[in-house]
Design a protein around this ligand. Structure first.
Ligand SMILES: [Zn+2]
Length: 305
C-alpha cells in the first residue's frame, strides 16, 4: 500500500516564473486524482510526466480562479487528445455552467462522457467511493463556499499466515479468499479453526487530507484526526494574521496548530502568498508548534508507504 502526492502548484493567486497556483495529483490504489486545477496545471503535468489519460476524477475546492482557471484548458486538451473515457468533476454547482459556456461559445463538442458532481460546503459528504477508496468533502471556512477533500483507503483483506495455513492439509487454495475476508475454516469433522490463527491483520489503510483555502477552522479536527498526511494552507506568517483573517486564510502557525490538535502524522504547508521571497520562516514558525512539517514545492513528491 502506498500513497503518492505530487505538487504541481502551491502558491496563492498570481503565478511567477517558477511557481504555479494550486494543483496536485494524488496516486492512491493505482488511481490518479487531480486536486484543484489552477492556471498552468497542464504544463506542470507535462513537466512531472503525469499522463493526461490517467486522470478520471478532478476535485475543485472552490471557485477562486487560482484553484480552477486551468480546467477549461485541460478539458479542451483532452478533446484534442481524442479522449473517449469518462471524466468526473467534483466541485461547486456553478462550475458546470462556467465550463459549459466556454464550449458552447466556441461551438466545441465534448465527445467524451463528462459528469459533474456538485459539492456543498455546509456539511461533510461522501462524494466518491469504490471498493478500495472513499473520498469525503471537508467543509472549510473561506470567503466563498469551499471544501477540502479527505481521501481514505478502505481496509484491505487480511494477510494469510502461510505457515499456519500449510499445516492444515484440508485448506485448499480456493479457500484462501474466504479466509482473507476473515472467515473461520471449518474442517470436515466440524472442528473450527479460528481466523486469527490463519491470518495476520491487513496493512493500516492510509489517508490524506487536502485543506485549502481556509481560515483557522478547528471544526475540521475530528474529521482529519490521525490522517497520515495533511496539506494545509499557510498563506501568511503569524505577523500578518490580520490579513489572513480578513481574507479567509491561515497562518503557518495556525496550520501547525490544526495538525497538532488532529494528531496527524505529517504536515505539508502550501498556498504561499507571493509577498514572501523566502519561505523558511513559514516553516520554522510551523515547526515551533508541530515537528513533522515540510514545505510544498512545485514538482516535489510526498510518498507514504
Ligand atoms: Zn480562495
Amino acid at each position: 500500500m502506498s500513497l503518492k502526492l505530487t505538487i504541481l502548484g502551491c502558491h496563492a493567486a498570481l503565478p511567477r516564473v517558477n511557481t504555479n497556483p494550486t494543483a496536485q495529483i494524488l496516486e492512491i490504489k493505482n488511481k490518479h486524482f487531480l486536486i484543484d486545477c489552477g492556471e498552468g496545471t497542464q504544463v506542470a503535468m507535462r513537466k512531472n510526466k503525469i499522463s493526461f489519460a490517467k486522470i478520471q476524477h478532478i476535485f475543485i475546492s472552490h471557485l477562486h480562479g487560482d484553484h480552477f482557471f486551468g480546467l477549461v484548458g485541460l478539458i479542451s486538451s483532452l478533446r484534442l487528445l481524442n479522449r473517449k473515457k469518462e471524466l468526473h468533476i467534483y466541485g461547486p454547482p456553478e462550475l458546470e455552467n462556467i465550463i459549459g459556456i466556454h464550449f458552447e461559445a466556441s461551438q466545441s463538442i465534448i465527445d467524451f462522457p463528462l459528469y459533474f458532481h456538485h459539492t456543498q460546503a455546509i456539511e461533510k459528504d461522501i462524494i466518491y467511493e469504490d471498493d478500495k477508496v472513499e473520498i469525503q468533502t471537508i467543509p472549510l471556512k473561506h470567503r466563498i463556499p469551499t471544501t477540502g477533500f479527505l481521501f481514505k483507503e478502505k481496509e484491505g483483506l487480511r494477510k494469510l499466515n502461510i505457515e499456519a495455513v500449510e499445516k492444515n492439509p484440508e485448506i485448499q487454495t480456493c479457500d484462501y479468499y474466504n479466509i482473507k475476508k476473515g472467515k473461520d475454516f471449518i474442517k470436515e469433522n466440524g472442528e473450527v479453526i479460528k481466523n486469527d490463527l490463519l491470518t495476520f491483520s491487513p496493512n493500516k489503510p492510509l489517508s490524506y487530507a487536502f485543506c485549502s483555502d481556509t481560515s483557522f477552522n478547528p471544526e475540521m479536527i475530528p474529521q482529519i484526526h490521525k490522517v497520515d498526511l495533511l496539506y494545509h494552507e499557510s498563506t501568511f506568517k503569524q505577523e500578518h494574521a490580520d490579513v489572513a483573517h480578513k481574507t479567509g486564510h491561515s497562518t503557518a502557525s495556525e496550520a501547525a496548530t490544526i495538525a497538532k490538535k488532529a494528531k496527524v502524522e505529517r504536515l505539508v504547508l502550501g498556498h504561499f502568498s507571493n509577498r514572501y521571497k523566502e519561505l523558511n520562516s513559514l516553516l520554522s514558525e510551523a515547526r515551533a508548534v508541530f515537528e513533522n512539517v515540510e514545505l510544498a514545492e512545485e514538482g516535489k513528491v510526498f510518498t507514504i508507504d
